[in-house]
Design a protein around this ligand. Sequence first.
Ligand code: IPE
Ligand code: IPE
Ligand code: MG
Length: 253
Amino acid sequence: MPKDPSSTREIPETTIIPRHIAIIMDGNGRWAKKGLLPRIAGHKQGVETVREVIKACVEQRVEFLTLFAFSSENWRRPSDEVSYLMRLFFSALEQEIDKLHENNIQFKVIGDLSKFEPKIIEFIRRGEELTAGNTRLIFTIAANYGGRWDILQAINKILSQATSLPKNLTEEDLAQHLAMSYAPEPDLFIRTAGEYRISNFLLWQLAYTELYFTQTLWPDFNAQELNLAIKSYQQRERKFGRTSEQLKISSDT
Ligand code: IPE
Ligand code: IPE
Ligand code: MG
C-alpha cells in the first residue's frame, strides 16, 4: 500500500491522534464586532490563536496542520480589509519563520500565489526552503486557495506536461498534482464560528474526513478547544463505506 493511500481507493489506517488536521479559521470579524472593535482587530487576535494551535498540535504529535487563511473568494471583501490581511500575513511570516524553524516545523503555502506581491512570494519561498528538512510538524497555510482552483490547476499541469493528450486520468494522476500532494488526506476538519460549510476548501481531500464544527469564534479557540475536537474525533467510527459489523470483526482478529 502506498504511504498515503487514497480514502476512496484503499482503506487508510486510522490513528488515535489525527495525523492531519485541517481548519477553517472563521469568526474573526464577529469576535471584533462583539468587542466593538474594527474587524482587523479580530484578524490580529486570530494570529495569536494560530500560534497556540501550532503549539498544541506539536504537543499532541499531530503530523500535519493545514489552516485556511485566505480563500480565492476573499478578494470580494472591502479592499482595505484585503490589504490589511496581506500585511498581517507578511508580518506574521516575518516574525514567525525563524521560530518555526527552531522548533523543527516545516512551513508550506498552498494556493494561487500569482496575485501576491513579489516580496511576499519571495519570502514564502525562502521560508519553505529554510524549513524544508524539518520533521516535527508540517504546517501549511492555504492562501488565495480554492478547492476548485486546485483541481483545475492539477488537470492543467497534467495536460501541459503530457506529450500527447491523455485518454483517461486516474485518481492517482490527479492527487499527485494537487497543491498538497505531500500530505495524507485530512483525518479531522474543524470549522469555528458556527458555519456549516466547506467554503471551497480542500474539496478533493475531504472525501472521508471527519467533520467537526464549533460555535467558538477563531480568536477564542485554544488548546482546550482543539483537544475537544480531537476527543470528538476519537469517538467517531471511520467506516470508509463498510458496515459497523465489519469493523468489529477486523478489530477482534
Ligand atoms: C475568518 O474570519 C478570517 C478570514 C476569512 C480571513 P472572518 O473575517 O470570516 O470572520 P467573520 O466570518 O466575518 O466573523
Ligand atoms: C472561509 O471563511 C475562508 C477562510 C477562513 C480563509 P469565510 O468567512 O470567508 O467563508 P464564507 O464566505 O463565510 O463561506
Ligand atoms: Mg467568515
